[in-house]
Design a protein around this ligand. Structure first.
Ligand SMILES: [Zn+2]
Length: 759
């Protein structure tokens, strides 16, 4: 049934496309992109084709007799290949078990030793069935010489179509065949139609960071996809290799016993397709000797090899021809792409490829989610006595029991899970004490021992009561309660919320590291695009605001890396959730110029002047004015969409946020001095005029005295007050000198002193 689904998807694409189908294998597209990126790829391709021709000439029975030489490595030998499988996952279905990987390796070995079911190969091609004699082994030693099962796990957003950028954690490609596993391949328009792709050896030589095979997880064991990509990995082309899409024009793959073809998309059930003579009629090859005379003539089948592993026909049984075996051997004996080092005896020792497969202790791992959240959403923020759901994701061995230890007054601090259902199914837990939660897992493997891991500060429990925001100002300095504003760098990369030693006034603020620090070759993998990172506020009680003005205020300083506004795709989403729920409602999305108030800079942005900071005021809706509301700040780094796909170049830069508060005043007013609620000076800092804003006080006049930092009076005025809020101007010319001024405001019997910063 799964195959039917696949072909339905392809048929849809064929019908809707413009004659150029989105193909299930993107190897040709990727190779063409590499050819465009570097002319060395074309040079390597010619060199490898030439050395392959010469290898075949000296080994194949169809090659001229006189040129045959005695090669050190005879054509009957087996080639052993060390393999490492990297599972790039977000704890979804793409997080396949080790046993799936083992089945995949078994299938590769079957195809490459002619041990797959070949009983329905049509008679004309039976004589051409090749046995590649290539054996695949999961490595048992990693690049550091440590023991391994040859399977790695990487928790990453890149599983959603990161493609080449998802090829993180590559092991040296001349020593290991790297295979990556994603949830979805994102290449091209039709996301979801591409199943996998490989990097041909000439591209691998020029772009070693990309070298390997990448596949969607659901195709690891379908019997065709990975063996097909493995053929590309050893330099096989698609049989039509025409430069056009499959089924369009006749082409040839530089292998003699795979007749020219247009290629096929089908279920391989149609006899006409199995005996398709299009392009192949009257196909033969003449082989000449060194003197130019005909050495031999071979009349190959006059029908296409639809059942070939490298066609898209995806027949339930498919073959590799003898000629393809020769071509792969040519690649295996060339240093272009380093395939000749893989099976080298010294490399087999270093990678432990031929050593017994180890039984290693499990690696403890888990995922926590809300009960209702989508599978892609990891949750590590919760409320006292609210349920959070935990699922055991330990791996590297068959797990027989898990002992969990939770801090923070967990409801059931030491549940031991031993049943199969318990080990796989999520269970809920809740915490009575606020603050960071530590979790310890002790995971027992099947005869291998116990793996233990402590996850420190992995979950945060908010305070139980909402705080009255009157007088509250979050400046992220050590005197405040910044520890109660948790930040989460889910994917443990360099893009994250972190404290910064620059701020509006006090030299501290919270910064989102949006500046992409990768350079040079590092840009080939691990893009931050697709990442997101969260910061949460403390809970507030906003009931006192009633239906009056109620604003979320802060100062911010941002910039972009790209000068083109169209290309700024970073965003900061500010949300709220009330009454200890996880139902997050969007309050505001800051993007483009609003997010990047300091324009573009190619350097990592650091605010150095008060003028870099802008006030932001967001009106808080009535629905949020409950006795318990939390704000979430989710930053998503963006990328420049033009050019390559997937996007590799990030657009954003560092973003700073400071002086967060909730007030009836706007940001420029409210952050000056929260204790003087009746008198404010705005804007502050200022570069021009300033205003003293005075709430109705019952007094009809106000006396204002402005003095500089030395105590010298620079301005005085007496103003009549209205019955509402009044604004009294302090002209720029009296505060023209940069520095700090004190403003004393007397209304009736009340005296307020405010600090004003002029830059
Ligand atoms: Zn392919």
């Amino acid at each position: 049934m799964k195959k039917n689904y696949f072909y339905l998807a392809l048929a849809m694409t064929l019908l809707t496309g413009k004659g150029y189908a989105q193909e299930p294998c993107a190897t040709s597209d990727v190779h063409n992109e590499f050819l465009k990126k570097s002319e060395s790829v074309g040079i390597f391709e010619r060199m490898l084709n030439e050395s392959t021709a010469s290898y075949i000439a000296s080994h194949s029975e169809h090659a001229m007799t006189s040129a045959k030489t005695t090669a050190a490595h005879s054509d009957t030998d087996y080639y052993d290949i060390p393999v490492v499988v990297h599972i790039i996952h977000n704890y979804g279905s793409e997080l396949v078990s080790d046993s799936i990987v083992h089945v995949m390796i078994d299938q590769m070995n079957a195809f490459y030793n002619a041990q797959n079911n070949l009983s329905t190969i049509i008679p004309p091609f039976v004589p051409y069935i090749g046995n590649a004699k290539i054996r695949f082994h999961l490595a048992t030693k990693d690049p550091m010489g440590q023991q391994t099962t040859g399977i790695t796990h990487k928790f990453s957003y890149l599983t959603y179509g990161g493609d080449d950028q998802a090829k993180v954690g590559q092991w040296p490609p001349r020593s290991y065949m790297n295979i990556w596993v994603e949830n979805v391949i994102g290449r091209g328009i039709g996301v979801g139609t591409v199943l996998a792709y490989a990097v041909l050896p000439p591209s691998a030589e020029a772009f070693p960071y990309s070298d390997g095979v990448i596949s969607i997880a659901s195709r690891l064991t379908d019997n065709n996809t990975i063996p097909h990509e493995t053929g590309h990995y050893f330099n096989l082309y698609h049989p039509w290799n025409s430069g056009a899409g499959v089924g369009e024009v006749c082409g040839d793959d530089e292998v003699d016993d795979t007749p020219p073809t247009k290629g096929h998309f089908s279920l391989c059930r149609n006899p006409q397709e199995l005996y398709d003579t299009t392009c192949a009629f009257n196909y033969f090859k003449m082989y000449t000797s060194a003197s130019g005379s005909v050495d031999s003539l071979v009349n190959y089948p006059d029908t296409t090899n639809t059942q070939n592993l490298m066609d898209y026909s995806q027949c339930s049984q498919s073959m590799i021809t003898k000629g393809q075996v020769w071509r792969m051997r040519g690649a295996l004996n060339s240093n272009i792409g380093g395939r000749n080092n893989l099976w080298d005896s010294a490399n087999l020792v270093l990678t432990g490829a031929l050593d017994p497969y180890p039984d290693m202790v499990p690696v403890p791992d888990f995922v926590s989610r809300q009960g209702t959240s989508p599978i892609s959403e990891i949750s590590r923020f919760t409320y006292p006595n609210s349920y959070l759901f935990f699922t055991n994701k330990s791996w590297r061995d068959t797990v027989t029991s898990v002992k969990w230890t939770f801090s923070n007054g967990a409801e059931d601090p030491t549940p031991v899970h031993t049943s199969v259902i318990d080990l796989r199914t999520r269970f809920s837990n809740r915490f009575s004490e606020p603050g960071w939660v530590d979790i310890k897992m002790e995971v027992e493997g099947n005869n291998s021992g116990t793996g233990t891991k402590e996850f420190k500060k992995i979950v945060f429990v908010a305070d139980n009561e909402g705080r009255d925001p009157a007088g509250y100002l979050q400046e992220f300095n050590e005197d405040g309660d910044r520890d109660k504003w948790p930040t989460f760098n889910f994917y443990e990369n360099s893009n994250k919320w972190q404290l910064a030693n620059t701020g509006v006034y006090d030299g501290t603020s919270m910064m989102y590291q949006g500046f992409d620090t990768r350079t040079g070759l590092e840009l080939l993998t691990n893009t931050p695009i697709g990442d997101y990172d969260d910061m949460y506020s403390i809970p507030f009680d906003l009931t006192s605001f009633g239906s009056g003005e109620c604003n979320l205020n802060f100062f911010f300083a941002g910039a972009s890396k790209t000068a083109s506004s169209d290309n700024i795709n970073d965003s900061l989403t500010i949300e709220y959730a009330v009454n200890k729920s996880q139902s997050w409602k969007t309050l505001k999305v800051m993007k483009k110029g609003e997010l990047c108030n300091n324009g573009a800079t190619s350097e990592a942005f650091v605010p150095t002047s008060p003028s870099n900071w802008s006030p932001m005021t967001i009106s808080i809706p009535t629905a949020a004015r409950t006795d318990y509301v939390v704000f979430r700040f989710r930053y998503k780094p963006g990328g420049i969409p033009a050019g390559s796909n997937p996007v590799t170049i990030s657009s954003g830069n560092n973003f700073y946020i400071d002086r967060l508060n909730i007030s009836q005043w706007t940001a420029d007013v409210s952050t000056v001095d929260m204790t003087n609620a009746d008198v404010k000076v705005v804007p502050n800092p200022t570069h021009g005029d300033a205003y003293v804003v005075i709430k109705a006080s019952g007094s009809t006049t106000a006396d204002i005295v402005v003095s500089d930092i030395t105590g010298k009076i620079v301005y005085t005025t007496t103003e009549n007050l209205s019955s509402n809020t009044s604004r009294v101007k302090i002209p720029h010319d009296v505060i023209a000198t940069q520095g700090i001024y004190l403003i004393q405001t007397t209304t009736g019997k009340q005296v307020s002193t405010n600090k004003l910063v002029v830059y």
